[in-house]
Ligand binder design. Structure first.
Ligand code: FMN
Length: 261
């Protein structure tokens, strides 16, 4: 489908492909050293190759299969390394992007579309359009001619004007996935800000309030969040001994099961 989208892009371009699972992308350990040094992650794996290829691209086409009601875990493992993206922010952020989620069973894509939106929000890409299509077997999506139309639509959208979203969406981030909390309170699952859903003149009206941590909203907010994290590093140093004491109290209590190697 990525190649089909590329074929249908009218602007001359060179498609370069990358499969995340081919790369050794390790779990983030939360050491925050990438933040302090701004030099990238200390883990010696393939993250920098992937980031450099995104940075070199003028635009992104992202496709991911649904595994157990969400995007394949390779996406989450990659996104968890997001604190080290700040060091390359100027090169990574702001690219036009289209996304495609593939699910085997109609309606059973779970959070896949949201996961794609989260990727684009994290790298502050311009999400021009993202869609879900269905096909269980490898390549089966091509049995359905309508999916070629979806590819054409995504191809047109990548460098075209962004279409206004249909239906209810978050007024802050454009997210279309919500958690319903008590009474009429809802939380947007993309920006994670909360507000109210009310009926006015027979129409549903969604008001979402911007919170102190609007971390994925735009470049300024993202950099504000990086500064907040730096403040947390300072706080960690300040409380280090106290935190060690807390952990020490529980240190001998567990019989750990370790992997057999
Ligand atoms: C482990 C596993 C879990 C899956 N979970 C779902 C699911 O929750 N919902 C769904 O609609 N399809 C599910 N599928 C089907 C895939 O989304 C579908 O086959 C997709 O086309 C796979 O794309 P691929 O050929 O690129 O791997 C699952 C497939 C696998 C292998």
């Amino acid at each position: 489908m990525v190649k089909e989208i590329s074929r249908q892009i009218s602007e001359p371009h060179q498609l370069t492909l990358l499969r995340l699972p081919d790369f050794d992308i390790r779990y983030c350990t939360g050491c925050y050293r990438c933040l302090i040094k701004d030099k990238g992650c200390v883990l010696r794996d393939d993250l920098s190759t992937v980031l450099a290829s995104i940075a070199d691209a003028d635009a992104l086409i992202f496709a991911v299969p649904t595994y157990f009601m969400s995007a394949h875990s390779c996406l989450k493992v990659f996104l968890d390394r997001g604190i080290s993206f700040y060091g390359m922010a100027d090169r990574l952020w702001g690219k036009p992007a289209v996304g495609l989620g593939i699910a085997g069973i109609e309606g059973k894509e779970g959070s896949t579309l949201l996961d794609i939106e989260k990727l684009f929000a994290t790298i502050l890409a311009k999400n021009k359009m993202s869609k879900i299509i269905y096909g269980a077997l490898p390549g089966e999506v091509m049995f359905n001619e309508e999916n070629k139309q979806v590819a054409a639509e995504l191809a047109r959208s990548l460098f075209g004007q962004k279409k206004a979203a249909k239906g209810i969406c978050c007024p802050l981030c454009g997210g279309k996935t919500f958690r319903f909390l008590e009474e009429n309170v809802v939380r947007c699952m993309l920006c994670s800000d909360a507000g109210t859903l009310t009926v006015k003149d027979d129409r549903l009206v969604l008001d979402i309030e911007v919170s102190e941590h609007a971390l994925l909203a735009n470049k300024d907010e993202a950099l504000k969040h990086r500064d907040w994290l730096l403040g947390m590093v300072a706080r960690f140093k300040e409380h280090k001994d106290q935190l060690k004491e807390v952990a020490a109290e529980y240190a001998d209590e567990t019989l750990w099961i370790k992997p057999k190697r």
